[in-house]
Design a protein around this ligand. Structure first.
Ligand SMILES: Cc1cc2nc3c(=O)[nH]c(=O)nc-3n(C[C@H](O)[C@H](O)[C@H](O)COP(=O)(O)O)c2cc1C
Length: 308
């Protein structure tokens, strides 16, 4: 039973979001402890910040699947200064009775998908946004809904500037997968429309895409930024955990997220955002939240490729 719980937890970890679906992680099992390691070969060009956010999201999945399997997870973040690529260890603690809310989150792990177009006009209740803010805080992340239209325009403008400056980004091409690709990583062609949606927030220009009817879903949704007070590796892992926690909570009620993190990859734009929009806190993720009825396919590498 314990072995099965560990295997399920690692399988679930692979379904975490990661920039370009680069899946910048490996997992190692020692006795009853799972180690989450950063895979240096898969580190994005921009450095390790985005990679660690993805690994933090994977760590969150491990924790809730272990709890769902009946064990309280005991987590240590960056446990060994001599092994900086070992981002976290999780071991099975005392037996717990899994509750209904944990089950609901676990059910969303594979179903959750990144959205890359407009949302329907269905509104997101303020209460849900408040809940997500609270859930992020539980993991040490600050989710800041951008209610001020002026601030939202600044964010959109910076995203446009970053996207224009990096229009033919080789990193984006590198992770774009053609239709029918058997690869278990990168962004599949059917995960985004061929014609970018007009939400004010441009998408990264992955190469292929599919034809979709975009006339029905044109809303931008709720714009939000996730921030941290400092900019350490610890905070990046915390951001990933907070991100995955809110994404799963949102997914339970049919709300999806679209990400627009281009500006955060350009240090001067990120610094501008920090000062002008985030009151000095460090922006880690930029997202839109909304309702979509589209379902896209997710791809991942098999366990055999990620387990050391
Ligand atoms: C740190 C980080 C940054 C991301 N930035 C973007 C982005 O700018 N644009 C985008 O479309 N998706 C972005 N994503 C989402 C990933 O592309 C997505 O998680 C990955 O392709 C896997 O697909 P899935 O989330 O549908 O499972 C980001 C994810 C992470 C963790």
């Amino acid at each position: 039973m314990r072995d099965q719980a560990i295997k399920s937890a690692i399988e679930a970890a692979t379904w975490a979001p990661s920039v370009h679906n680069s899946q910048p992680w490996t997992f190692v099992v020692t006795g009853e402890e799972i180690g989450v390691r950063a895979d240096a070969d898969r580190k994005p060009r921009e450095g390790e910040r985005e990679a660690l956010i993805g690994c933090g999201a994977a760590l969150f999945n491990i924790r809730i699947v272990l709890r769902h399997s009946g064990w309280a997870p005991i987590t240590r973040i960056l446990p060994d200064p001599d092994r900086p690529n070992l981002l976290a260890t999780v071991r099975l603690g005392e037996a717990v009775t899994p509750d209904e809310s944990t089950r609901r989150l676990v059910d969303e792990i594979e179903r959750r998908r990144t959205h890359r177009a407009g949302f329907t006009n269905l509104p997101i209740p303020d209460r849900l946004v408040e809940t997500l803010v609270g859930q992020a805080a539980e993991e040490g992340g600050r989710l800041v809904p951008i209610a001020d239209p002026r601030a939202a325009r600044v964010l959109a403008a910076l995203t446009q500037a970053a996207q224009a400056a990096r229009a033919e980004d080789p990193e984006v091409r590198r992770w774009s997968r053609p239709p029918g690709s058997p690869r278990g990583d990168g962004v599949p062609a059917d995960a985004y429309p061929a014609e970018p949606a007009d939400t004010g927030f441009p998408q990264r220009e992955y190469v292929w895409g599919i034809d979709t009817d975009q006339s029905v879903a044109t809303a931008t949704g709720v714009v939000a930024v996730m921030t941290t007070p400092t900019d350490s590796r610890q905070e990046w892992i915390a951001t990933g955990q907070a991100l995955q926690r809110i994404l799963l909570h949102a997914s339970v009620v049919g709300v999806s997220a679209a990400f627009h993190t281009q500006a955060l990859e350009m240090p001067h734009l990120r610094e501008f955002l920090r000062e002008e929009v985030c009151a000095g806190a460090y922006p880690q993720m930029i997202m839109r939240l909304g309702v979509t009825f589209e379902e896209t396919r997710g791809v991942r590498r098999p366990l055999s490729e990620v387990l050391d």
